[in-house]
Design a protein around this ligand. Structure first.
Ligand code: ZN
Length: 375
C-alpha cells in the first residue's frame, strides 16, 4: 500500500502503518491533552491506541499464521485508522480451511481477553467490563488492563458479525458452502445477509442512536459485501481456464535494434502499450510505455529498443491457470505479460483482455481467478 512504512517484521510478514494512522495518533494525543490538560493524559491516550493496534496486529497475525498452515502466504499486514488489513495471497477454497482462517483472528482476541481477565482476577477480582468511553485513567494499571479486556471482547464480537468483509461473513460463507454444493451460491447468500446487516446498521445509526460511526460501519459492510460477491464471480468465471485461452495472439513485437521511433509509431497507431522484444525467435525483453517515455526523453527517438527495454520480466506458459498469472500481473506493476513456450512468444496477457474475457463469459452465461484477499 502506498504511504505506508514498515515498522516490524514478524514470522517473515512485513507489518506496515499507513500515514493516516499517524494522523490518528496525533489527533488522540491532542484530544487527550485538551481534555486532560496535561502531557500525561496525551501520553496515556496514545499508549492506549498503540495497545489497541498491537491487539489488532495480533488478530491479523492469527489469520496469517492459520493461512500459512495451509500453505498460503501473507504479503503484508497494514494498520489503518479503521483497523488492520492482512493481504493473503488467496483465500483457501476448501470451506473447512476458510472457516479456520476466518476464526483464527477472533480466537486471538478471545485468548487475549481470557489472559487479561485471569490477570485481573488474580490481582483482586475482575469487575464488570469498564466503559470504553470513560476518560483514560492513569498510565498502565488495572483500569488500563480492564479497558484492553473490553477492547478484545468487542473486537471478537464485532468481527463475528456475519457480514462481509467481517470475519463472520467468511465463517457464514464457509458454513453454507459445507452444507450446499456451490461456493458461488454460498457467497451470494452470505453477501445478501451482509447487505441486510448493513441496512440495519445504517438505519439504527441514522435514526435510532444517531451514531455516525455505525453509519460508517454500515457503508463499509455494504461495499464489502458487493466486493466479495464480485471477487467470487471473477473467481468462478476464471477457475480452471488456462492462460492460453485468454491471451491476445495478435501481438506486435519489436527487435532490440529497432529505433524507439518505431515503438512510438505502433503506440500512435493504437496497437499496444507494451511490446515484447524478440531476437532470433526468443523473447529477450519487454518495452513498457513507461520505459519508452523515459528513454525518449533521455536518449531521443533514434536510440535502440534494446537499451530501453526491461530484461527482467515475468512470463507465463499457456497451460498455467489464468488466475495465477493474473495475480502475478497485478503484483509486477506491468500492463502486459508475455506467454511463452521455450522462450518463443505465443501471445500476451493484459488486465484489459482478462476483463473482456470475463465479460464475454458472463454474457454467454458460463460461470466458471482469484486474486489476493484481505481479511
Ligand atoms: Zn479478522
Amino acid at each position: 500500500m502506498k504511504w505506508s512504512w514498515r515498522i516490524a517484521r514478524v514470522a517473515g510478514i512485513g507489518i506496515y502503518v499507513h500515514a493516516t494512522f499517524v494522523l490518528l495518533l496525533a489527533w488522540v494525543a491532542l484530544g487527550g491533552y485538551q481534555s486532560g490538560g496535561s502531557a500525561a493524559a496525551a501520553v496515556a491516550g496514545v499508549l492506549f491506541i498503540a495497545a489497541v493496534f498491537l491487539i489488532v496486529v495480533l488478530h491479523e497475525l492469527g489469520h496469517a499464521l492459520a493461512a500459512r498452515h495451509y500453505g498460503i502466504a501473507t504479503r503484508d499486514i497494514t494498520l489503518l485508522p479503521i483497523g488492520g488489513v492482512a493481504r493473503l495471497e488467496r483465500m483457501p477454497r476448501e470451506p473447512r480451511q476458510e472457516l479456520v482462517v476466518a476464526l483464527a483472528g477472533p480466537a486471538v482476541n478471545v485468548a487475549l481477553a481470557a489472559v487479561i481477565w485471569l490477570v485481573l482476577a488474580a490481582t483482586g477480582g475482575a469487575g464488570p467490563l469498564p466503559d470504553l468511553s470513560a476518560p483514560t485513567g492513569g498510565l498502565p494499571g488495572r483500569a488500563f488492563l480492564g479497558r484492553l479486556l473490553s477492547v478484545n471482547v468487542w473486537l471478537a464480537l464485532f468481527n463475528l458479525i456475519p457480514a462481509f468483509p467481517m470475519d463472520g461473513g467468511r465463517v457464514l460463507r464457509a458454513l453454507l458452502a459445507m452444507r450446499r454444493s456451490g461456493y458461488a451460491q454460498a457467497t451470494e447468500t452470505a453477501a445478501r445477509v451482509g447487505r441486510f446487516f448493513a441496512l440495519v446498521f445504517g438505519i439504527v445509526g441514522l435514526f435510532v442512536v444517531n451514531n455516525p460511526f455505525l453509519v460508517l460501519v454500515a457503508l463499509f459492510v455494504w461495499l464489502g459485501a458487493a466486493g466479495e460477491a464480485a471477487a467470487e464471480r471473477q473467481s468462478s468465471t476464471l477457475a480452471g481456464v488456462p492462460t492460453g485461452d485468454v491471451m491476445i495472439t495478435d501481438v506486435r513485437t519489436l527487435a532490440p535494434g529497432d529505433p524507439l521511433s518505431h515503438a512510438v509509431r505502433l503506440i500512435l497507431d493504437g496497437f499496444q502499450q507494451d511490446f515484447p522484444v524478440v531476437e532470433d525467435g526468443a523473447v529477450v525483453g519487454m518495452l513498457t510505455r513507461r520505459d519508452l517515455m523515459r528513454s525518449l526523453s533521455e536518449r531521443g527517438e533514434s536510440s535502440a529498443v534494446g537499451a530501453a527495454m526491461n530484461r527482467d520480466f515475468p512470463v507465463s506458459s499457456p497451460e498455467e491457470p489464468v488466475e495465477e498469472v493474473l495475480a502475478r500481473l497485478k503484483s509486477c506493476n506491468c500492463q502486459a505479460l508475455p506467454v511463452v513456450r521455450a522462450r518463443r512468444l505465443l501471445g500476451v496477457l493484459t488486465l484489459e483482455n482478462v476483463g473482456e474475457f470475463m465479460m464475454v463469459r458472463t454474457a454467454l452465461g458460463g460461470v466458471s481467478g482469484r486474486g489476493e484477499r484481505v481479511i
